[in-house]
Design a protein around this ligand. Sequence first.
Ligand code: GDP
Length: 206
Amino acid sequence: FTIINASYAATAVNASQYPEGELAEIAFIGRSNVGKSSLINSLCRHNGLARTSGTPGKTQTINYFKITGKLSDQSRLEFMLVDLPGYGYAKRAQTARATWSKFIEEYWLNSERLKLVCQLIDVRHPPMESDINVYRWLIEHGLNVQVVATKADKITRGRVAQHVQIIKKDIKMPALNPDSQIIAYSAVNGTGRDELLDVIRNILLK
Ligand code: GDP
């Protein structure tokens, strides 16, 4: 599965601005500075597609990118990549509900086209309380979550493996869930890219 085109599609600050159409959605979420823009740009091989939100706490927007992929039989597969605002700026208010606005909660609860949430967690550190709360909240609300451990090039492979185990334990990832593999990703050297694309393809073809 390869991505052959990625382009900006829409920005929404409320539900009336969700783009029209039926495209399946794959969402990306994580603490600010986790490497979300870098991952999106590396996944799409399109520098500058996603930009860092800049000032923490600024207006929360949902950004949509239309992605066209090509399967090995040359057929096309389109989906919407959804970039959600980073969480975790607030020192207080670390419950999942408090980490995002009503608008973002509405997105999670009402987007029928949402097939998968990729939750990004920095591989170098144990998950923060906000990461754990967000993961638990998404799972409890029946969403499909793929955890991606970012910045894998910053530590040795041995440490990556160790830290992935710590993340699994801390977020209480269901052990028997067949989808419970964490993907270690590096936007710098492309580690994990094919693996994440495979997960996305499989979800879209389900
Ligand atoms: P965002 O706020 O989550 O969108 O984070 P960014 O994508 O802007 O990344 C935050 C910082 O981490 C930037 O300085 C990036 O260059 C750096 N970064 C992001 N991903 C990686 C990665 O995979 N490897 C390394 N070494 N640095 C990364």
